[in-house]
Design a protein around this ligand. Structure first.
Ligand code: 5AD
Ligand code: SF4
Length: 440
């Protein structure tokens, strides 16, 4: 028997990349690879990359440079680049960094084993196609190994929105949704292996329109209701959503679907209508605020999360102030905020750029406000009871750590609990990034 070869995968960027890396590891498992935790012992290294901002993309090249010594010591070592940098830059990556043997775009991961075989015969391999066949069907099924209590499940990929700053429609392609039954089957398989919470993933997940059992398109809400019936599955989340795709049935489900958690990530990007228009967002600050009101009417305790970009081309101080005003009105429990990053090939790259120092200063003010809101909302949990899904042991003996329904990290003394257990916990304290509580 040949010894298993060793694969090291490093994942950058979004949760979909985390999911994709798991699937690649499984596909390569079928080609005789086991996953290892460090690059030093690997026979093959895969970087699963992110192209969303310049900094993320540049990180890949500095990481690749660090593998030079490894490759000199072990000439058989194969180095691959996957993910959105692979899709966006293709063969250019090998020209810029000749250490790279393989470049594979997100739609071609099911072809990885073939590509690896090609490498072993010498030469390089490149695949950035958008193939006809369904990669999810072609990707090897997972071995029946135990899984952590919380898992990701991709249900939708790609985006047709073309926000003026964003590379996703180019790197992940047009919107496509997996058939509902396939998602349900995968969810059941995850539950059999110990998963209790599933986060449905898509670049534009609430635009989901996969084929239902009778061939008619299902909405995301219909899919969530079907998953609500899966025994053993306790919690459902989804991310990331676009305001314009929040259908009435999805809003309603937040109030009526027992397993759907009271947490919603709904990026707005800016609070200025002028900038929103230039971003091609096709919603206004006002329509977003009205939408939040409707969702909160359905689920009053909803914790809201958002994404913000500051320093978008042509943003003035007044535009920025409108973003701060929107944040004051909405109140976010969680947020991700970014300085605008010019992405080649996107419409906004051609426009008058905001001075970098000014954008940095705005980002600091924005993050101060968002940080304050986040802290206040977290502190308001103290004294309340929450449900915690324990995920792992904590640092103290007998302590367990998990997530509340609002996605706050919570730790509590629970010597008899195991990962996957749910517990009712009274929150007793709030630290920087977590809550402390006691079992009820
Ligand atoms: N510059 C800065 N932030 C960006 N995002 C997407 N593209 C850019 C860009 N060019 C942010 C958006 C999006 C999140 C995933 O990343 O806020 O919602
Ligand atoms: Fe990018 Fe999201 Fe806009 Fe699509 S909706 S273009 S993924 S920011």
């Amino acid at each position: 028997m040949a010894e298993p070869k060793k694969l090291f995968i490093k994942t950058y960027g979004c949760q979909m990349n985390v999911y994709d890396s798991e699937r690649m590891a499984e596909a390569m498992g079928g080609a005789g690879y086991t996953e290892v935790a460090s690059a030093d012992e690997a026979d093959m290294i895969l970087l699963n990359t992110c192209h969303i901002r310049e900094k993320a993309a540049e990180k890949v090249y500095s990481e690749l440079g660090r593998f030079r010594d490894l490759k000199e010591a072990k000439p058989d070592l194969k180095i691959g680049v996957a993910g959105c940098v692979a899709q966006a830059e293709g063969a250019e990556i090998m020209r810029r960094q000749p250490l790279v043997d393989l470049v594979v775009g997100p739609q071609s991961y099911h072809r990885l084993p073939e590509m690896e075989a090609k490498l072993r015969q010498g030469g390089t391999a490149l695949d950035t196609d958008f193939p006809e066949e369904d990669k999810f069907e072609k990707l090897a099924r997972r071995p029946k190994a135990r899984r952590a209590p919380a898992a990701f499940l991709t249900v939708q990929e790609g985006c047709d929105k073309f926000c003026a700053f964003c590379v996703v429609p180019y790197t992940r392609g047009a919107e496509s949704s997996r058939p509902a039954q396939r998602v349900i089957d995968e969810a059941k398989d995850l539950v059999e292996r110990g998963v209790r919470e599933i986060t449905l993933l898509g670049q534009n997940v609430n635009a989901y329109h996969g084929a239902g059992p009778k061939g008619e398109d299902w909405t995301l809400a219909q899919l969530i209701w079907a998953l609500n019936d899966v025994d053993g599955l306790e919690r459902i989340r989804f991310t990331t959503s676009h305001p314009n795709d929040m259908g009435d049935d999805l809003i309603e489900a937040h109030g009526t679907c027992a397993k759907l958690m009271p947490y919603l990530h709904l990026p707005v990007q800016s609070g200025s209508d002028r900038i929103l228009k230039r971003m091609n967002r096709s919603h206004t600050a006002e329509s977003y605020i009205r939408l939040i009101e409707r969702i909160r009417a359905a689920r009053p305790d909803l914790l809201l999360s958002g994404d913000f970009i500051v320093g978008f081309p042509e943003e003035t101080e007044a535009d920025f102030q409108a973003t701060l005003d929107l944040i004051e009105e909405v109140r976010y429990g969680q947020a991700y905020s970014f300085k605008y990053s010019t992405r080649p090939g996107t419409p906004a790259a051609e426009r008058a750029q905001v001075d970098g120092a000014q954008a940095t200063e705005r980002l600091q003010r924005l993050q101060a406000l968002l940080g304050r809101q986040q802290r206040e909302i977290q502190e308001s949990m103290v004294g309340r009871e929450v449900d915690v899904l324990f995920e792992r042991a904590g640092r103290q003996p007998g302590q367990m750590v998990g997530k509340s329904q609002y996605l706050h990290a919570v730790h509590a003394a629970a010597p008899d609990a195991r990962p996957g257990d749910m517990a009712r916990v009274r929150v007793t304290g709030s630290a920087t990034n977590s809550l402390a509580g006691t079992l009820i």
